[in-house]
Design a protein around this ligand. Structure first.
Ligand code: SPD
Length: 357
């Protein structure tokens, strides 16, 4: 993935504490998952330079962490991967005294995260969201003839997905999410072999980040994707229309009625992190309510910081597809880590699905 080396010179920042000269933190986070100004401000406020790399797949992150010596100080695995990596002792047990802003965590989210990391010993929730469908409202209307796009039928009924083939369909390259979505759709029908193969011809690409610009620019019309990313696509489409004075590409997100995955991405520190003190400083900074709110306002994801909600834009906080209300919450399910033998089957099923063989 893209490497964004944010070398914010301490000398230029002017505000940097002199004692912090030369300090650095290496952060490995999801793409499109932070307000870039927040990184600059972190350096200004603490004097710690940030080297910021991005990924768009838990599998990529996991492979690196299992190989070791990544050089990263802060990483952001999703909860089911966190669970497996905690099991093989990849992360430092957090010294919570070094993260005073933990007092702002949202207890409900911390409790949910404890399913994966008992006692919340190794991770602090950053953002959380859901996996649903991003779509071009106008193209969906044309193709579905006014029938609402509100269930997973539109993905898993081959004849429905085929209607979108001509305007571009992307699906997350995330077997741990798409296979459970298919099983949930089937009501856990185990015989899913041919089932996925039938929708394969309508899918142009498996990718976990290109769909943001794809939807915003009208190059694709349909994506199984992550909530905040689709809302970022909507925002980019609106900004582009504003700049070009052309009609806006109408993007929307739906959490299908049949149920959708809810996931949690959390900060953790690898055991072999070279700059542990700086990693704590980074996590603590991200847990400042004002900073957590700025990030959520920028990336359209819910965060795990209760106090920040006072500062979150109303259109984000009151959007049930970002901050689900009790009714929406009932439709969300979670997945936990797979034992290695199941993971192997999943990988095989996924490769067969993608290659269409
Ligand atoms: N662009 C940031 C997307 C973050 C998505 N995290 C998803 C994890 C799903 N298991």
């Amino acid at each position: 993935m893209r490497r964004v080396a944010l070398v914010v010179a301490i000398a230029l920042a002017g505000l940097a504490p002199a004692s912090a000269a030369g300090r650095v933190v290496h952060v490995y986070n999801w793409s499109d998952y932070i307000d870039p100004k927040v990184i600059e401000d972190f350096t200004k406020d603490t004097g710690i330079r940030v080297v910021y790399d991005t990924f768009d797949s838990n599998d990529v992150l996991e492979t690196k962490l299992l190989a070791g010596k990544t050089g990263y100080d802060v990483v952001v695995p999703s909860a089911s991967y966190l669970q497996r990596l905690v099991g093989v002792d990849v992360f430092l047990k957090l010294d919570k005294g070094k993260i005073p802003n933990l007092k702002y965590v949202w207890p409900e989210i911390a409790a949910r995260l404890a399913t994966y990391d008992p006692g919340n010993l190794h991770a602090v929730n950053y953002m959380w969201g859901t996996t649903g469908i991003g779509f071009n409202v106008a193209k969906a209307k044309e193709r579905l003839g006014g029938q609402p796009l509100s269930t997973w039928d539109v993905v898993f009924k081959p004849e429905l997905l085929a209607k979108f083939k001509s305007c571009g369909v992307h699906v997350l390259d995330a077997p741990d999410e798409i296979v459970p979505a298919a099983l949930n759709y089937l009501g856990i029908n185990p015989d899913s072999k041919n089932f996925l193969a039938k929708i394969r011809p309508s899918i142009q690409k498996f990718h976990s980040s290109e769909y943001i610009n794809g939807l915003a620019g009208g190059d694709i019309c349909f994506a199984v994707g992550w909530s905040g990313d689709v809302f970022q696509a909507k925002k980019r489409a609106e900004e582009a229309a504003e700049q070009t004075k052309k009609p806006v590409v109408p993007v929307d997100y739906v959490l299908p009625k049949g149920g959708a995955l809810m996931w949690f991405d959390s900060f953790a520190i690898p055991k072999d992190a070279p700059h542990v003190e700086e990693a704590y400083a980074f996590i603590d900074y991200m847990m400042r309510p004002a900073i957590a709110a700025r990030n959520s306002n920028f990336i359209s994801y819910a965060n795990g910081n209760l106090e920040s909600q006072k500062l979150i834009d109303k259109e984000i906080l009151n959007n049930p597809s970002i901050y689900p209300d009790a009714e929406t919450m009932k439709r969300l399910y979670i997945t936990t880590t797979y034992p290695p033998e199941v993971q192997r089957v999943l990988t095989r099923v996924w490769t067969r699905f993608k290659t269409g063989r």
